[in-house]
Design a protein around this ligand. Structure first.
Ligand SMILES: C[S@@+](CC[C@H](N)C(=O)[O-])C[C@H]1O[C@@H](n2cnc3c(N)ncnc32)[C@H](O)[C@@H]1O
Length: 195
């Protein structure tokens, strides 16, 4: 397995370059996320690997309070700032693996999970940054097969193939209750909460 540090460097380089075309080529619909996730007014929400901020306005319209996005790519975040001018949001340029906070009600990982190669460090970061009872959602607007095909040209330092959703979900069960684990030809969703 590639080291955590190597995958951080490779992801940053890769997405800094991809940031130039991300918004003009990304056609993903965010409805699969918001149809599966209830965000309440006042919820403190963290958008992990937020990229150019495609979710920021949708989250803000639901929680009606400051949104936080974190991403390792400074170039993706520069675009997020421009795309979300006027929205109450804080963008943090840091690897999620290393991030610590006071705790969130909701943590979202949207169209980004396969880029976290070090699953133990990822799970610990979700746990560390959620309040007790807080929810997390891992969500894709593509089927697992399409996603793995989409990532197949990338090296194993940048992303990994997802396996059956039950096995992906099982990995979180020592620290979280899994409420939903479902996939179909257009989505992949794991929703859970902190024990
Ligand atoms: C496929 S993009 C998705 C961006 C955004 N969620 C969207 O749907 O448009 C994956 C994102 O993961 C970010 N990323 C990769 N590794 C990361 C890490 N260790 N910490 C934080 N962000 C990371 C990349 O910089 C990139 O912006």
């Amino acid at each position: 397995m590639a080291s955590k540090q190597l995958t951080e460097i490779k992801n940053k380089e890769f997405f800094n370059e991809l940031s130039k075309t991300w918004d003009s080529t990304n056609t993903a619909s965010t409805s699969v996320l918001f149809n599966n996730l209830l965000i309440n007014e006042g919820d403190k929400v963290l958008d992990v690997a937020c990229g150019t901020g495609v979710l920021t306005k949708g989250i803000y319209s639901r929680c009606k309070c400051k949104v936080t996005g974190i991403d390792i790519s400074d170039e993706m975040l520069k675009r997020a700032v421009i795309n979300n001018e006027g929205v109450d949001v804080e963008y943090i340029n840091e690897s999620f693996y290393n991030y610590s906070s006071d705790g969130y009600d909701v943590i979202i990982i949207y169209n980004a999970f396969p880029h976290f190669i070090d699953l133990d460090a990822f799970k610990e970061a979700v746990y560390r940054n959620l309040k007790s009872g807080g929810k997390f959602i891992i969500c894709h607007s593509l089927s697992r097969e399409d996603l793995n095909r989409h990532h197949s040209p990338l090296t194993k330092d940048i992303s990994r193939d997802l396996i059956e959703i039950e096995k992906e979900a099982d990995f979180f069960k020592d620290l979280f209750i899994i409420d939903t684990a479902k996939e179909d030809d257009q989505s992949f969703v794991i929703l859970g909460h902190k024990k």
